[in-house]
Design a protein around this ligand. Structure first.
Ligand code: C2E
Ligand code: MG
Ligand code: MG
Ligand code: MG
Length: 292
């Protein structure tokens, strides 16, 4: 009986360690197919100006709708990076988003920018800056309409290749944003030395600020004070409730992104939204003097 019991334990133990490995290999295999068959899609989530509530940035977020292993970018992106598949996936995202964005820019009233997430592996590949600039030129997109979002991980590598890439992207007028900031501060010295001008405060911080006396509220207050003094633009990620939005207003955080405003949306939905927004603004100007 004791034997059987220990046998069961071993089995359970093995299941537990094997499951993540198996999943990883399954995801990797499915990803290889997906790259060949171009199974990805892009959704766009607006970042708005708090006062006007107008869209100032559209962030491109990859989607993999037919995946059977995992559909979460937070899960498959790191696996793609490790399997050396993120170069081609990243290239696809860039080209596809540029194509969509170039079409939107046909309307010259649109002032918003496009933001794209890039991984440390993409940034450390030689020729990345050149590749981005070549693609911008091909799609006739002004470099100052593009923002690349990078993670603390990319900064913490303190690699000369990444630093040179960031410098040349920035010299060309491309905006750089630090994504998911505020969970650890080890990247702060690198941030201050980098050409990054935009900092996106991580959702986990925004979601813990609801009580004005909480430690995280004080921390966010200090953080925004410092970043503002240093001339960074600040974006709050993951704003889900109006108390969170009000706290951002109190702290003078002017750029907001989250489900309270918009979910990530298809290119088609975004186009409709932009047209509606354009028309509404037009109407409100026309109506502002009307007796109604
Ligand atoms: P991220 O760049 O920080 O993107 C924000 C994530 O938060 C997105 O998840 C978005 O859908 C989600 N989000 C936005 N507002 C809210 C909110 O109010 N509440 C909650 N709960 N979530 C919100 P998503 O699309 O699943 O992407 C996860 C991460 O995967 C991204 O985090 C980014 O790091 C990575 N990623 C996505 N697309 C790409 C890509 O094309 N290339 C690379 N390298 N990474 C990507
Ligand atoms: Mg991002
Ligand atoms: Mg983020
Ligand atoms: Mg995030």
């Amino acid at each position: 009986r004791a034997k059987r019991k220990s046998g069961e334990q071993i089995e359970i133990f093995q299941d537990n360690i094997q499951a993540p490995f198996l999943l990883k290999y399954k995801v990797e295999a499915e990803l290889r197919q997906a790259v060949n068959n171009k199974e990805f899609d892009i959704k766009y989530q607006p970042i708005i100006d708090r006062e006007s509530e107008k869209i100032v940035i559209l962030e491109a977020l990859i989607r993999w709708p037919i995946a059977t292993t995992t559909q979460l970018p937070a899960e498959f992106i790191p696996i793609a990076e490790e399997a050396d598949l993120l170069q081609s996936i990243g290239q696809w995202v860039l080209e596809s988003a540029f194509k969509h964005f170039a079409a939107m820019l046909q309307n010259q009233q649109y002032q918003f920018k496009l933001a794209i997430n890039v991984s440390p592996g993409q940034l450390s590949k030689s020729g990345f800056a050149y590749m981005v600039i070549e693609a911008l030129t091909r799609f006739k997109i002004p470099p100052d309409r593009l923002i690349l979002e990078l993670t603390e991980e990319a900064l913490l590598q303190n690699s000369s290749m990444i630093n040179e890439t960031l410098a040349s992207l920035s010299e060309q007028g491309i905006g750089l944003a630090l994504d998911d900031f505020g969970t650890g501060f080890s990247s702060l010295p690198y941030l201050l030395k980098s050409p990054i001008k935009i900092v996106k405060i991580d959702r986990s911080i925004i979601q813990s600020i609801s009580q004005p006396d909480s430690t995280s509220h004080d921390m966010l207050k200090g953080l925004t004070y410092m970043l503002t003094k240093l001339d960074f633009d600040i974006v709050a990620e993951g704003v889900e409730t109006s108390p969170q939005s009000i706290t951002c207003a109190d702290l003078n955080i002017n750029l907001l992104q989250g489900f309270l405003y918009y979910q990530p949306m298809s290119e088609h939905k975004i186009k409709q939204l932009l047209e509606d927004e354009n028309n509404t603004n037009h109407l409100s100007v026309v109506n502002s003097n009307s007796p109604l």
